[in-house]
Design a protein around this ligand. Structure first.
Ligand code: ZN
Length: 199
């Protein structure tokens, strides 16, 4: 396995290159935290931990919203915190993040939105869109208007949102129970992402 072997389809080659360069997008044979096996692995934190990579990737996402009149950018913890911060930096806006308290998505730390504020909600990876939908519900209940959603990576086959949705890179990752994993059937051994192959 090497980082340059990754084959994906995507809209934004630049983000794909960033993900590969940062080892945030890997191809191989992986055991996911769910226990399922996969031939690819995405961990945006591996890109976002490099501030200049994060800044550049999020500036590209922010550019997708250049036609909108936005007041504030909001992202759900954890993945959305850095993305909201860097998208907001590029747009010259404040960034807030939501977090769960007793399982419920909330604004804490003195963060609040005002009725009528125009908001873009951002995330690092959208899979089902569940967390973002909870953020949208929270903001809408406060009287704010969610104009659009943005994510660096979209793993969903189509947009899960009613709002406009912008994503820099779309990828669908298959996973299998170990018993039906084609890579195991070929005699391979799954590794946990983050561990070195052969280590
Ligand atoms: Zn396997």
């Amino acid at each position: 396995m090497s980082a340059t072997d990754v084959e994906t389809r995507g809209e934004d080659v630049d983000l794909q290159e960033r993900l590969v360069r940062c080892e945030a997008l890997l191809q191989g044979h992986f055991q996911l935290t769910s226990g399922r096996h996969s031939d690819r692995y995405i961990q945006c934190a591996k890109l976002l931990c490099h501030p200049r990579e994060a800044e550049a990737a999020c500036a590209a996402l922010a550019a997708r919203f250049a036609d909108l009149d936005v007041d504030v950018v909001v992202g759900p913890a954890m993945g959305g915190i850095v993305v909201a911060h860097e998208v907001a930096r590029a747009m010259g806006l404040p960034a807030l993040f939501t977090e769960r308290q007793n399982g419920e998505m909330t604004l804490r730390r003195g963060f609040r939105v005002e009725p009528g504020q125009r908001i873009v909600v951002v995330e690092d990876v959208v899979t089902t869109g569940g967390s973002v939908k909870e953020v949208i519900a929270l903001l809408t209940a406060a009287g704010a208007e969610v104009l659009a959603v943005g994510s660096l990576v979209c793993r969903a086959p189509s947009s899960p949102f009613e709002q406009r949705f912008e994503s820099l890179f779309q990828i669908q990752v298959d996973s299998w129970d170990p018993e039906s994993c084609p890579l195991c059937a070929q005699g391979g051994t799954a590794i946990k992402p983050g561990s070195r192959p052969g280590a």
